[in-house]
Design a protein around this ligand. Structure first.
Ligand SMILES: [Zn+2]
Length: 354
C-alpha cells in the first residue's frame, strides 16, 4: 500500500520515471493481489457485544475437533478476536458438523445461523456454526481446506459477511483456498471498534461448493442446472426446524409456463433455502404469485432444489400486478422478458437464461 501511494504521487512529478515504475508495479500487483477484494471485508449486521466469545464444540470425531481448533487458533492469532472453547454443552454458541444433502444443505459446505439468541441490547449471544461433511467429502476438500471453511464460518458468527467473488479473503463467498487475510482482520476490527447499530433478525449464511456469483457464473449455472423452469409460484410452505441439524427450507410449488432446459411440464415442487422467518444471505423468499425463472438440480434423496439458492433465482422485472396482467405473455412467450437475479440484482433477458 505504501508503494502504491508513492507511485501515484510520483506520477505527477516525474512522468518518464513513472512509466518504468508503473510497469514494475503492474508486475508486482498482478502477482500479489487479486482484483475485487474489499478491505475491510464487509459486516453482516450481527455480532457479539465484544470481540470475544465462547463456543462448545459438538464434534464427536477428533478429526473435526481438530479442524475447529485450528480455525479457532487462526482467528486468535490475529489478535482481533478471541474464541474460547467452552466445556459446557449448554453454551449458546456451538460448532458442529452434519452430513446432509437435502433442503438447504444440498450442495452447501457449511452454514452459520446468526442471532440465534440475543441480549436485551440486541447483541448476539448465541450462534450455530456448522460444516457439512457430506459435500466436503463429495468435493474432495483437504483438511486444510476444511479448516479455511471453518474459519469462514467462525467469521460469519463474528459478524463478517462475504467479500467479493474472486476476492483474496477467507470470506470469499465460495472459499476453499484462502486463510484469514488482512482485509478480514480489518473487517473484524471495524465491527468491534465502532458503535455500529445492531439487528436482531435471524439470518443464516450458507456456503456452497461452487460459486456462481457474477455475470459469467450464470453460464456455469446454466450448464450445471438439470432443469431451468419459468413459471409462477402457487404455494410456499416453510419448514423451519430448530433441531440440531439447523435445516431450514421452504417447499415451493411452481406452475410451469415454460421449460427452458429439461423436460418437466405442468407443476413441480422444489426446496428453497430459508423460511418465512429466517433470512438467507443473498436470497429472497419466493412468495405466492411471484413470476420466476429457477435453475434446479436434484439431490441424492431425489428432491429438487434451487442451485446456490439466490444465485439460481430470477424474478420477473414485472411487478406482481403487472405479472397478473401479463401472465399470458409469459405463458405464450410473447417476446423476451426481463428477469433480475435476487443474489446480486443483475438483470438478464429471458433468452440469455436458457
Ligand atoms: Zn459464507
Amino acid at each position: 500500500m505504501k508503494e502504491k501511494n508513492f507511485l501515484w504521487s510520483g506520477k505527477k512529478v516525474v512522468s518518464g520515471f513513472f512509466i518504468t515504475i508503473a510497469f514494475l508495479m503492474s508486475l508486482v500487483t498482478a502477482q500479489t493481489t487479486l482484483a475485487d477484494t474489499d478491505d475491510p471485508t464487509p459486516a453482516n449486521g450481527s455480532h457479539y457485544q465484544y470481540n470475544e466469545a465462547s463456543y462448545y464444540d459438538k464434534s464427536t470425531s477428533s478429526y473435526y475437533h481438530g479442524v475447529w481448533t485450528d480455525a479457532k487458533d487462526a482467528w486468535n492469532n490475529t489478535g482481533a478476536f478471541t474464541w474460547n472453547e467452552d466445556i459446557d454443552p449448554n453454551c449458546l454458541t456451538f460448532t458442529s458438523s452434519v452430513s446432509e444433502n437435502t433442503g438447504a444443505w444440498a450442495d452447501a459446505t457449511g452454514m452459520t445461523w446468526n442471532n440465534v439468541t440475543v441480549d436485551n441490547m440486541g447483541n448476539q449471544t448465541g450462534a450455530k456454526i456448522y460444516l457439512n461433511r457430506y459435500n466436503l467429502k463429495k468435493y474432495g476438500y483437504s483438511k486444510q481446506e476444511r479448516t479455511y471453511v471453518a474459519e469462514h464460518e467462525l467469521g460469519h458468527a463474528m459478524g463478517l459477511g462475504h467479500n467479493e467473488e474472486g476476492s483474496e479473503s477467507v470470506m470469499n463467498p465460495a472459499n476453499r483456498d484462502y486463510p484469514i487475510e488482512t482485509c478480514d482482520i480489518d473487517g473484524v476490527n471495524a465491527i468491534y471498534n465502532s458503535q455500529s447499530s445492531l439487528s436482531s433478525s435471524s439470518t443464516v449464511d450458507i456456503e456452497y461448493a461452487k460459486d456462481y456469483s457474477g455475470k459469467n457464473g450464470v453460464d456455469t449455472l446454466k450448464n450445471d442446472a438439470q432443469d431451468i423452469l419459468m413459471g409462477t409460484i402457487t404455494n410456499s410452505v416453510p419448514h423451519t426446524s430448530d433441531s440440531e441439524d439447523g435445516n431450514t427450507y421452504t417447499t415451493q410449488t411452481l406452475k410451469i409456463s415454460k421449460s427452458l432446459k429439461g423436460n418437466i411440464t405442468g407443476q413441480i415442487d422444489f426446496n428453497q433455502a430459508g423460511s418465512d422467518s429466517v433470512k438467507v444471505e443473498n436470497s429472497q423468499l419466493l412468495e405466492r404469485g411471484d413470476s420466476v425463472i429457477v435453475m434446479l438440480n436434484k439431490d441424492d434423496a431425489g428432491n429438487y432444489y434451487v442451485i446456490d439458492d439466490g444465485q439460481g433465482i430470477f424474478l420477473s422485472q414485472l411487478s406482481n400486478n403487472q405479472v397478473n396482467n401479463n401472465l399470458n405473455d409469459l405463458k405464450t412467450d410473447g417476446g423476451p422478458s426481463g428477469f433480475i437475479r435476487v443474489s446480486d440484482q443483475s438483470s438478464y433477458m429471458e433468452n440469455t437464461l436458457q
